[in-house]
Design a protein around this ligand. Structure first.
Ligand code: AP5
Length: 190
């Protein structure tokens, strides 16, 4: 199973991807988490992206292509994965299509998690991560609309898009996602 999560910052992509990864026993691959780990560890990648992340901008596509190509080549990704935070631009979507084609694999679905903007800001402020100040959140939302929202049409045209109402309790959102993949609601209490 290879599924992509897209949606604005704070829509719950990470929360839901973790829950589905537990059910399916496949890795949850979050590019945001990978970059934050690199920053915390002070690696060359971390030093390069620290300021970019703090501003709410996107890391460049070439750097992200290296990060994702390396991660998807790891053995645990062989059985599938839930990709959270990548792709985020049309060039990244094309890079991912190339990686999949080279591996002879296909995507199963792209889940778009929709949440109203006021709720996104409320959630992020509650969470209080380093890049969760109101100013940076608003910038991440602006970047999402400009750079990431075009992916909605891209994946809809390819018949892969599934839209999920993310403005519901966490358990309900998980149940809806599990239902999409025929697992049924009886295991939704994860
Ligand atoms: P990333 O970590 O991917 O940030 P994001 O997309 O802004 O995602 P968030 O983690 O803010 O939101 P989420 O949708 O995962 O929500 P979550 O589940 O955490 O990326 C960070 C930065 O890294 C980027 O700004 C960029 O600089 C860089 N980057 C990463 N990938 C990149 C790429 N591909 N290209 C270029 N740059 C890249 O939930 C948020 C909060 O809401 C939590 O507290 C949660 O408990 C709560 N919550 C979740 N669901 C619900 C619910 N249903 N009801 C109530 N509360 C909920």
């Amino acid at each position: 199973m290879r599924i992509i999560f897209i949606g604005p910052p704070g829509s719950g992509k990470g929360t839901q991807a973790k829950r589905l990864a537990d059910v399916h026993a496949i890795p949850h691959i979050s590019t945001g988490d990978m970059l934050r780990e690199a920053v915390a560890a002070g690696t060359p990648l971390g030093n390069k992206v620290q300021g970019i992340m703090a501003s709410g901008a996107l890391v460049d596509d070439a750097t992200m292509a290296d990060v994702v190509r390396d991660r998807l080549a790891k053995p645990d990704a062989g059985r599938g994965y839930l990709l959270d935070g990548y792709p985020r631009t049309l060039p990244q979507a094309e890079t991912l299509a190339g990686i999949l084609q080279d591996a002879g694999r296909e995507l199963d679905a792209v889940l778009l998690v929709e949440v109203p903007e006021d709720e996104l800001v409320r959630r992020a402020l509650l969470r209080g991560r380093a890049d969760d100040t109101e100013e940076v959140i608003r910038e991440r939302l602006r970047v999402y609309r400009e750079k990431t929202a075009p992916l909605i049409g891209y994946y809809r045209e390819r018949g892969l898009l599934r839209v999920i109402d993310g403005n519901r309790p966490i358990e309900d959102v998980t149940a809806r996602m599990l239902g999409l993949f025929g697992i049924g609601h009886e295991v939704a209490g994860v």
